[in-house]
Design a protein around this ligand. Sequence first.
Ligand code: HEM
Length: 165
Amino acid sequence: MPIRPPHRSGDDPHPDLAPVAFLLGTWRGEGTGEYPTVARFGYAEEVRVGHVGGRFLTYAQRTWAPDTGLPMHAEVGYLRPGGPGRVELVVVQPSGITEVDEGTVVGTSITVSSRAVGHTSTAKEVTAVTRSFVLTGDSLTVSLSMAAVGHPLTGHLTAVLRRTN
Ligand code: HEM
């Protein structure tokens, strides 16, 4: 029997994704980063959010140095509906860190915090993360705070992105 091709991302998203469907698309923009232990820096960012018909959104982010184009941080993961008004986010990073985050979606504002952060044996110490994705008009503001390398929860990143498609 022939194998059916998979559901296409152009088909309708799963109905349970309606509260987070505002994130679907490719977003690009610029951000700034800081931490008590590092000098302030700028970065360019692209976030792609898609779906394949299942009850989750696909999430892929990459960043690069605005002046040289060289790669900086990147990450991939999945955003899952977590019951009424709730969302779950799992993320894998090339720095050897994984995050299991949960939180809320209110209108076009998502806020999550980590319930678990995993590390490879050579990864830097990160003990907690909070993230937000807030769409205001055309602008998606993406922010991240972390407790890391001995510091309590402190802002690390903020970027403002716009949809490119
Ligand atoms: C937009 C995405 C990100 C960018 C552009 C970025 C960039 C940077 C830069 C430039 C540094 C300083 C130099 C270095 O140690 O490599 C840094 C440090 C660090 N970042 Fe990020 N980062 C991003 C996301 C993240 C995320 C998601 C986490 C963890 C959840 C994270 C955790 C850290 C840690 C632990 C340090 C080291 C602090 C220290 O050793 O003093 N970063 N980041």
